[in-house]
Design a protein around this ligand. Structure first.
Ligand code: HEM
Length: 160
């Protein structure tokens, strides 16, 4: 839906969504608990990630966007994101941003509910490198599922 009452337009449209995406990713990169995830990412990869995040949020929040990237399970499979990382993301980055940027309670709650809904397909995947270490003979191109590591469990699947 692209009507003017969608979250996207209530937030102020593209400029606000871009600002949020850019700021959250930058703060995640600088965070002591999760920043290492981006240690060896190139400029282009980070810029593409932010651009994809904008499209993703824009589409889901009712803006004129089409997200063409991978679904959230695929985007995070093998990244090794733990509960600790998740807690750091929300407690140290996302939640403080609502007050800092003066987001009204209604919009802050909608954003929070939305982002948190992806927890089952973001948290808990083993790191792909660890899977390979545990299964040195595995065919990398056949993926972790080829050695019986299925993530997420089918019951945890949520939308893309
Ligand atoms: C601690 C938690 C998280 C970490 C460390 C993390 C990290 C990352 C990284 C490094 C990428 C880039 C993957 C690549 O370029 O191949 C990525 C992609 C992505 N993440 Fe997360 N993420 C987290 C949580 C979330 C949450 C809660 C959302 C909200 C739904 C989200 C949305 C996305 C999207 C949309 C992409 C794909 C962008 C694209 O490829 O177009 N992430 N994430």
């Amino acid at each position: 839906m692209t009507d003017e009452t969608s979250l996207y337009y209530r937030l102020g449209g593209l400029e606000t969504v871009k600002f949020l995406a850019k700021t959250l990713v930058q703060r995640a990169m600088l965070n002591p608990t999760i920043g290492h995830v981006w240690d060896n990412r190139t400029q282009q990869e980070v810029q593409d990630e932010i651009a994809g995040f904008v499209e993703f949020l824009g589409e889901h929040w009712g803006g004129p966007h089409t997200y063409t990237g991978p679904d959230m399970a695929t985007a995070h499979r093998g990244m090794g994101i733990t509960e600790e990382y998740w807690t750091a993301l929300f407690d140290e980055i996302v939640t403080p941003a609502y007050a800092e940027f003066n987001l009204p309670e209604r919009e802050a709650k909608e954003i929070d509910d939305f982002l948190r809904s992806f927890k089952p397909v973001v948290v808990g995947s083993p790191s792909f490198k660890d899977v390979i270490k545990d299964h040195p003979d595995m065919d990398i191109m056949a993926g972790m599922e080829s050695v019986g590591v299925h993530w997420p469990a089918a019951s945890a699947a949520v939308g893309s």
